[in-house]
Ligand binder design. Structure first.
Ligand SMILES: *Cc1c(COP(=O)(O)O)cnc(C)c1O
Length: 379
């Protein structure tokens, strides 16, 4: 049997949120609330579900190569040239391919923040490309001068996530624009990739909207996904808006049918489901306010978020791992941020109203019990 490459064996795998089935089985629970993976609180768009039903009998067919109908719908939505649009099996696939297309193993590097969405360094590692990371500032904002310092002539990609995961931080548009202009002037060989997985939930409209106005330099790319605000995480569909030359290469490198037929049909339908989108945004705004206020009331430290999740820390003196475990026992799954090197921080996704309340009630009970214990031991 051949040995897997040492570089591959040394990788830390991506740590996903715990699944409902796993927690149900482990704790013998009937109802489990999952607020761990930033999925849509309202489920999937009814029009998308209907499209999947309608096309179910067509699954014996290969999808159309290059998914041109969907690319056209997205180009119309963003008012840009369809030649810029690429589609992938989740935006994860696009991240992976961008690294493989642009960075030579053992020579080039990519730069991102730390902590960041872990797929960037993981996929770089798989490709044998070194991933440099620049610590976020103390308030979780981007240290743009330090990012800039970290680049050199062998840097090929810089990843920025706006709004950021896991903090929810969203920089002002003009900051990113300025950064991208400076980058373009000094390092024409670097592609700045702005991952806007959560941008449509932010009050700002994001930098992608600057593209159609021709304001952004040509070395800027964007990533968006159908996994979050469109509620299609299980179908796996993301898209990128790339410089046309790189988009052209992308289609040569991508596996021919990585976006499946049902994902394509569901996405085309979801793009038209205006009322589901409005209901989603409403639920996220309301839920964000409720959870943020509720967590603060319980004494947690809470970071402002422009996305469909909130990062927080428990009151001083509370065991993070103990509280996490206690929440699981009560059937509530949130995301501990140990895999982001922040063992004391959590990320909770905005759920439905009843789920948000169930989470806050469970946490309140756990914290009350914890403080009783502390009193008890102090006696
Ligand atoms: C969820 C997420 C994605 C999207 O992943 P998909 O592969 O499209 O499901 C991309 N970037 C960030 C930062 C995310 O949080």
């Amino acid at each position: 049997m051949p040995n897997p490459l040492p570089g591959i064996c040394a990788l830390s795998p991506y740590v996903p949120g715990r699944s409902i089935a796993e927690i149900r089985e482990k704790y013998g629970l009937k109802n489990v609330v999952k607020l761990a993976s930033n999925e849509n609180p309202l489920g999937a768009s009814p029009l998308a579900v209907e499209a999947v039903r309608r096309h179910a009998a067509s699954i014996f067919r290969y999808p159309q190569g290059g998914n041109p109908r969907l690319a056209k719908a997205l180009a119309d939505k963003h008012d840009i040239d369809p030649a810029r649009i690429v589609l992938g099996n989740g935006s994860d696939e696009i991240i992976d391919l961008l690294i493989r297309i642009l960075a030579q193993p053992g020579v080039h590097n990519i730069v991102s923040c730390r902590p960041c969405f872990s797929i960037y360094p993981i996929q770089a590692g798989i490709s044998g490309v070194s991933a440099r990371q620049v610590p976020l500032a103390g308030d979780f904002s981007f240290d743009l001068p330090a990012l800039y310092e970290m680049m050199d002539i062998n840097t090929r990609l810089v990843f920025l996530t706006t709004p950021d995961n896991p903090s929810g931080y969203c920089p002002q548009r003009n900051k990113i624009l300025e950064f991208s202009k400076k980058l373009h002037a000094e390092y024409p060989d670097i592609l700045l990739v702005i991952d806007e997985a959560y941008m449509d939930m932010a009050p700002d409209s994001g930098n992608l909207s600057l593209l159609s106005q021709g304001i952004l330099p040509g070395n800027t790319a964007f990533l968006r996904t159908f996994s979050k605000s469109y509620g299609l995480a299980g179908l796996r569909l993301g898209y990128g808006v790339l410089p046309p030359e790189i988009a052209e290469c992308f289609w040569r490198a991508r596996l021919p049918f990585s976006v499946n037929l049902l994902a394509e049909e569901a996405a085309i339908a979801a793009l038209e489901d205006i009322s589901f989108r409005e209901a989603t945004m409403h639920a996220i705004r309301e839920g964000r306010t409720l959870l943020s206020a509720g967590l603060k009331r319980l004494g947690c430290e809470v970071w402002p978020s422009a996305a469909n999740f909130i990062m927080f820390k428990l009151p001083e003196g509370t065991s993070a791992s103990g509280a996490y475990e206690a929440l699981l026992r009560k059937g509530i799954i949130i995301r501990p941020l140990g895999s982001y090197d922040m063992p004391e921080h959590f990320r909770v996704s905005i759920g439905r109203h009843d789920e948000n309340l169930a989470f806050l009630a469970a946490l309140e009970q756990i914290l009350a019990k914890g403080s009783q214990n502390v009193t008890h031991y102090n006696n």
